[in-house]
Design a binder for this molecule. Structure first.
Ligand code: BDR
Ligand code: CA
Length: 312
């Protein structure tokens, strides 16, 4: 199995990422940490715990992390509604919040496990991960890899060239991409293809469980919000693509390429500048960019996880 820590800011697609991580038999979900992002930390933490209750994830520690970006004010995303998870009724949490700070839960979990065994999967702004590196730099060597949702090679959503998770805390992102560990960027190039089409929703509806209905409620709200805010016909369900890549790397096409996060640009703040020119990839390059998605493989993993979780 693959041991992961999911660092998230639910968020509709983070909620689906949680279900995929908890419901896939190849994933050992060691810990969940939350970060301020799509909504303020209090809300993203409440949402994560509500999703855990709904999906009956009971034995996984969850801790709240950073309230706001390292150096900037937080900004709410435009597609998740007032609560950060509008469109569904969240059940009361069934798990206690771990008393540790999220950053400490991340560090402790990595240091307690075998070197080279833990995979970090961030699906929100990278504040917690950057703080964890600064507090305990040994995690850089100790972690197996980082597979994150954020950025994009040729596309933005929070500006013409920058993606939300990176743009919200570009300094944190620069720290995470700059550390000498393996980083895989699951960016908008691929996640804009992870659309919850009518066929996908029909497959989820056919599962006919309370959890499947809950997931459909999320996707239905998300569809309208993405339509209104960004003109999409179907909503791109970004975050579970990072989890799916851990389960089966052939879900995406990866290219090894240097990636630098823009922290100063007037029009390019938060851009993930990806060097794709021939002959410009140094030997010690440790960053990978995803360029394409296997739609069928991806959604099969998600539907299967929702089915398994719904049966418990
Ligand atoms: C990312 O931003 C958030 O709104 C989503 O949850 C996802 O992590 C997409 O840009
Ligand atoms: Ca997210």
């Amino acid at each position: 199995t693959k041991k992961i820590i999911l660092d998230c800011d639910p968020g509709h697609d983070d909620a689906i990422a949680l279900m995929l991580a908890a419901g896939n038999p190849e994933i050992d979900l060691l810990a969940i940490t939350t970060v301020g992002g799509n909504a303020v930390l209090e809300k993203t933490t409440r949402n994560a715990r509500g999703v855990m209750a709904m999906a009956q994830i009971i034995d996984v520690p969850i801790a709240a992390g950073a309230v706001r970006p390292l150096m900037r004010e937080g900004e709410d995303a435009d597609v998740h509604g007032e609560s950060g998870l509008d469109g569904v009724d969240l059940p009361e949490p069934t798990t206690e919040l771990d008393p540790r700070h999220g950053v400490d839960l991340i560090i402790d979990t990595i240091m307690e496990n075998e070197p080279g065994s833990v995979i970090l999967v961030p699906t929100g702004p990278l504040t917690n991960i950057a703080m964890a590196i600064r507090k305990e730099p040994r995690i850089i060597e100790r972690v197996k890899e980082v597979v994150l949702m954020g950025g994009g090679v040729h596309v933005g959503n929070w500006s013409a060239v920058a993606e939300f998770n990176i743009k919200i805390d570009p300094e944190a992102a620069a720290i995470v991409f700059g550390a000498p560990w393996k980083v895989t960027m699951i960016g908008l190039d691929v996640t804009h293809k992870a659309l919850a089409t009518d066929e996908v929703c029909d497959r989820i509806r056919a599962l006919n469980t309370p959890l499947a209905d809950f997931a459909l409620g999320l996707l239905t709200f998300f569809r309208q919000a993405y339509h209104d805010a960004q003109g999409f016909e179907f909503p791109p369900v970004h975050d579970p693509v990072a989890v799916a890549t851990v389960i089966d790397p052939s879900v995406v096409n990866l290219v090894k390429a240097p990636i630098h996060v823009e922290t100063k640009g007037e029009h390019t703040l938060g851009m993930t500048v990806t060097e794709l020119r021939y002959g410009h990839t140094p030997e010690d390059c440790h960053t990978y960019a995803a360029l394409d998605l296997d739609f069928e493989k991806f959604w099969s993993l998600v539907v299967d996880a929702i089915e398994r979780l719904g049966k418990q």
